[in-house]
Design a protein around this ligand. Structure first.
Ligand code: PEP
Ligand code: MN
Length: 349
């Protein structure tokens, strides 16, 4: 990792460092932070001669060689002071809430518009709505690109940014071109490295955010953080980690609730953690409790499925969506707990 003395390298300086690393079979990947740009050396950066030449440049402050599998997402990395701001919230400074239906129904867009207005009223900062859906059964509704217009209309009507899942490279470009702020990587694709690379590359030059769900089958915490590292290494450090339950599930739950990994993640990475209690427990009645548990564990935010009329929703909504009233109550309680936790964390430090 190259840290320049100034906020960023000039074009001439970048050309010079690129030429040096190319001689050693490496590449340079700029990582654009809010204030400062740092430069990842992609490839085998252990060559002492290359490091000496780079350290000898008068505009280079230092070369950091973090011995961590995730150089950018590690808590000790130079990106640790990077903050992600979205929907008027800087994550870590206020509880951040994403809410909306599982899936947009293209035949009944009114439900999405009503839900978007209602979740805004309930206190959400970003609206979620599935355009393309990863369905276990190939004969169920798979989503519809037409819903992208409905999603963006919901965003215009409420003035809130939107989040939607992208499952393939074409979706990434369609969503970004339409103006989607947050690209969601679903639990089934969290280990799809080709998609992670594309997302990193495509969002690099834009101010977008990625909500990376934890894979259903993801074991070690490092595997989750490494998936985030893929996106960052290809150019965009705005990655939010989203535990959403793993399998196998205890009887009665949809997945094994995993909000308790939040403190473990925070020990290793600076990335904000936004927990999805909806897909974890999978039943509306259990979602408020799971949401509060996530906040108690130190989550920076919540991603909750909600619908004005859950029984008219499609996808997961009939089972797990909260009504806007229950959502509003859950957000109120979660904010109180978040504030309480923050005060006690300061007191015990
Ligand atoms: C969703 O958010 O509706 C969804 C399908 O999530 P996951 O990828 O976590 O199953
Ligand atoms: Mn869903």
């Amino acid at each position: 990792m190259i840290l320049p003395k100034t906020n960023r390298l000039t074009n001439e300086q970048l050309a010079e460092v690129t030429q040096i690393v190319t001689e050693f079979g490496c590449k340079i990947q700029p990582i654009i932070g809010a204030v400062r740009t740092i430069y990842a050396i992609v490839g085998d950066e252990r060559d002492e001669l290359m490091i000496n030449r780079l350290e000898g440049l008068d505009y280079v402050d230092r070369i950091d060689r973090i011995q961590s599998p995730f150089k950018l997402m590690d808590r000790r990395s130079d990106l640790a002071s990077h903050r992600i701001a979205v929907g008027g919230v800087t994550l870590g400074e206020e509880l951040f809430v994403i809410a909306g239906p599982c899936t947009i129904d293209p035949k009944n867009p009114g439900y999405f518009y009503e839900t978007a207005a209602a979740v805004k009223e309930a206190g959400a900062h970003m609206i979620r709505g599935g355009v393309w859906k990863p369905r276990t059964n190939p004969y169920t509704f798979q989503g519809d690109t037409k819903s992208l217009d409905i999603l963006m209309e919901g965003s215009r009507r409420t003035g809130l940014p939107v989040d939607t899942e992208v499952m393939e490279e074409a979706h990434v470009r369609l969503a970004l071109d339409a103006g989607v702020t947050c690209l969601q990587v679903g639990a089934r694709n969290a280990l799809n490295y080709s998609l992670l690379r594309t997302i990193g590359r495509e969002v690099a030059s834009r101010d977008n955010v990625v909500l990376l769900k934890r894979s259903i089958h993801m074991g070690p915490i490092n595997e989750f953080i490494s998936a985030a590292e893929y996106i960052a290494a290809f150019g965009n450090p705005n990655v939010i980690l989203c535990p959403r339950g793993t399998t196998p599930a205890p009887d009665g739950y949809r997945n094994h609730p995993d909000e308790s990994i939040t403190p473990l993640l925070k020990e290793k990475t600076w990335a904000p953690v936004v927990v999805d209690p909806s897909h974890s427990v999978g039943k509306a009645a259990y979602v408020p409790g799971a949401a509060l548990a996530a906040v108690a564990y130190g989550a920076d935010g919540l991603c909750i499925e909600s619908h004005v009329s859950p029984n008219h929703g499609i996808g997961d909504d009939p089972k797990q969506a909260l009504t806007p009233e229950t959502l509003a109550l859950t957000i109120r309680q979660a904010k109180q707990l978040w504030a309480l936790r923050r005060t006690s964390a300061k007191a015990t430090r």
